[in-house]
Design a protein around this ligand. Structure first.
Ligand SMILES: Cc1ncc(COP(=O)(O)O)c(C=O)c1O
Length: 450
């Protein structure tokens, strides 16, 4: 149109700004010179024009049209163990990170109750200003002991732990090499730091070695970042080789043990124990307390200097409330029970292997899974994965889909989280449900696309 308006009645400049905002690109500012009227496109003052909003709405509309119920944000009626109840219907549960089945344990409730009575529910403010409570340091000492490191620090969020730690330890003159399958919190932490970010293909140590050779020496500090057990794919990192490479190229090594601490290793001490390595083979051991340890928050274990630095510089620690004391006490008790009752880990390890072999026998594609607590069953596109989840639920099994943008389109999957509490019958029923459901999901997705 010649009057400078588009057919939606919006000026061309406004439309450009809207399109840039929707693409996630920097929004060009009004370019009218100093005397021109300042103009802000109304679309920039709304949330439904945010990049990604349309994508969410389209996914929801497709799910509704395909006859799917609520895929995400399902409300459990109460405690979810190996079984759960949703809207009064009992389901076999494969959707919780409660790997050792400790979440409903009365001893953990008692520990939390006791801490609540003595210390209250909240730490009220940052520990830097409002002070600490005995459960904080007790948990940190216990975790440092599990790794054999000098110290440990607990943050109120696992996600925030990664963001804050990478964000404050590294800067624009540094470089972060990270596994392409690393969790969002690690990627955001790397972005926040302002360091150069270089991804290497998952567990590809040859590619990492080449990248280190080529790029490490342009920078000051360098860190290699990996997960211990990859939460999306259920495979272990190649820790021995990572340690070798970090030594060869003068890097630090950070290992996120969200899914491996309390899961991997003969006594649950994570990938360090599994591979028989020393405490200082990695420089930054990270983990979350929200999974096996039935609490909330994350930790960093390492040298005294690292912990001291984070205590005064990590924004998610300095400027955020301390972990609620009952949560710290609950996680402490969970660690104690794990160490005192090794049969839980034995069952978890046996269940993981059993589920994997049952799934493979039925011809399911379990991707890179190695038979630990996370086992994906690959579905393909996001719609197939969503229908797959609904189909297994119709057969009495709860396992949630991981779809785009959580994983690349075409690599959507159901993730089965294995627990020590699952019985052999649970595992067989779940695999049967998955094997029956997947071909049906594929047919329905194809029919829907026609
Ligand atoms: C590998 C990894 N790191 C960090 C986090 C964040 O932990 P949290 O959920 O405890 O905040 C998660 C969450 O699932 C994770 O999978």
């Amino acid at each position: 149109m010649s009057d400078g308006k588009t057919r939606f009645g919006m000026s061309r400049a406004d439309k450009e700004r809207l399109l840039a905002a929707m693409r996630g690109q920097p929004v060009p500012g009004p370019d009218h010179g100093r005397t021109a009227r300042r103009h802000i496109a109304p679309e920039l003052l709304r949330f439904d024009t945010l990049p990604g909003y349309t994508e969410i709405r389209v996914q929801q509309a497709v799910a509704r049209q395909a006859g799917l119920g609520e895929v995400f944000y399902v409300c459990h009626d109460g405690l979810a163990t190996n079984h759960t109840c949703i809207g009064g219907r009992e389901l076999l549960n494969f959707s919780s990170y409660d790997y050792l089945g400790l979440n409903g344990d009365p001893r953990i409730r008692a520990a939390a109750d006791d801490a609540a009575r003595h210390c209250g529910m909240s730490a009220s403010a940052s520990r830097l200003t409002a002070g600490e409570r005995p459960p904080h340091r007790r948990l940190e000492k216990l975790l440092a002991g599990m790794y054999g490191t000098e110290d440990c620090l607990c943050f109120v969020s696992g996600h925030g732990t990664n963001m804050s730690t990478l964000g404050c330890l590294f800067g624009p003159r540094d470089v972060i090499f990270y596994d392409a399958l690393c969790h969002n919190s690690l990627l955001l932490g790397a972005t926040l730091s302002g360091a150069t970010r270089i991804a290497y293909p998952n567990n590809d140590m040859t590619a990492l070695a080449a990248l280190l050779e080529e790029r490490r020496y342009e920078h000051q500090r360098a860190v290699i970042v990996t997960e211990g057990l990859f939460g999306m794919d259920g495979c272990l990192c190649d820790l021995p080789r990572l340690v070798q490479l970090k030594r060869e190229h003068g890097c630090l090594l950070m290992v996120d043990e969200a899914h491996s601490m309390g899961v991997v290793g003969a006594t649950g001490r994570g990938v360090r124990e599994h591979f028989g390595l020393a405490p200082d083979d990695a420089d930054i051991w990270m983990g979350t307390l929200s999974k096996t340890f039935c609490g909330c928050g994350g930790y960093i274990a390492g040298s005294a200097a690292l912990v001291e630095f984070l205590k005064y510089r990590a924004p998610g620690f300095v400027y955020s409330v301390g972990m609620p004391p009952p949560m710290a006490a609950a996680s402490t008790e969970a660690v104690r029970i794990m160490l005192a009752e090794p049969e839980r880990l034995e069952r978890l390890h046996a269940n993981g292997k059993r589920f994997l072999s049952l799934a493979r026998e039925r011809g399911l594609d379990t991707g890179k899974a190695q038979g630990f607590a996370v086992i994906p069953v690959m579905a393909g596109d996001s719609l197939t994965a969503a229908i797959f989840s609904q189909e297994v639920r119709d057969r009495g099994v709860l396992a949630l889909p991981m779809i785009y943008p959580g994983v690349e389109e075409g690599k959507a999957r159901l993730r089965f989280f294995i627990s020590a509490m699952h019985t052999d019958e649970d595992l067989r029923d779940a695999v049967d449900a998955a094997a029956e459901s997947l071909p049906i999901a594929r047919q329905k997705a194809v029919a829907y696309a026609r």
